[in-house]
Design a protein. Sequence first.
Length: 362
Amino acid sequence: MILLPNMYNAFGPSSTVRAHYTAVRSSSFEFALRGIAEWRRSMDGGDDAGSSSSTGNSNSHDSTSATRTVLLLPFAVEEALLIPGQSQTLVLKEGRFFDLLEEAMDEHASVIGTLLMGGESHLGVLPLCEITSYQMEAGYRGKVTAQVTLQCVARAQLVELNQLRPVMRGICTELQDDDHDIMASSTSTDSSTNDTSSKEMVEELVEDIESMIELASSSSDTTRTGTGTTDTLDDPQTMYEQTFWMALTTLGYTPASSSQLMGDDDDDDGDPAWPDSSAQELHAMSWAAISTVADPTLRYQAFATTSVLERLRVVRRALLQQSLPVSTKTQDVSSIRHDRDDDSSDDGPSSSSSFFGDSGFE
């Protein structure tokens, strides 16, 4: 859970919040996940062009090229880089953030962007997150806090950061993998040789990554056994599998068969048989693989790319790096750079602390 700094007194609660809590001390809301298609329709004035799955067909791909306004919450990249399917719970203490949440739920289909801060500037690609739960409480002397859970449902490319105060607001385009047509046609009976080889390369990379995850998981099991710890939250294999299923559910993927997923069947040699995975499942596997990457720089690089092949190559390189001695790991998140418009570079925040104040994150 991330606790955002308390600058409540500087900004105060919104008039809506003050009026609400004269009658009600606390309130809690749970929301059914509506998905990114609802956000597309809402921001496009009810157009049905974005009603298809986020994995994409021609209509969906066309709908993602449009620019849309998105409300933004800034975070350090190492603290809040969510990949599709993952969730994060925040505690907000400022009236302006309450207003942001209210506007997001009323006018943006409960979707906001989490603007990632890396080094001296914000990063160009950001997670689009849906509000899945929202709880407000009035504490001592009527001070209000909000606990909100965000779930990543898509990615976006920030085109322009056009407002900083009282809340951040920007213009973005939804980001999708540019090789999704290749991946979609790879399951077709008339796939070309290039399509087939692309899928084979993806499958080989996933096999390599899953072998590395299994090895890392075995090492972590040994460590936990030696310390008497039974917590599996940090187990790479568990994290990979859980994120895989969350990505399938969140992004509307349909598994081919539950017995084939994650290599449950065995072949004649007794080894796990590679599942006849759909394109959607391979996409979900590529997202799940990112969850095992510890380095923020490589994690963001894998998140931001629009190539499934490149994403898996970055993950494999990251896992190889994680297996090396600590002394060889010298990369830092400040090495992340992105291209920004000249106008936004003059007006944008230089870091997350410049936006939140000296207190930073707790």
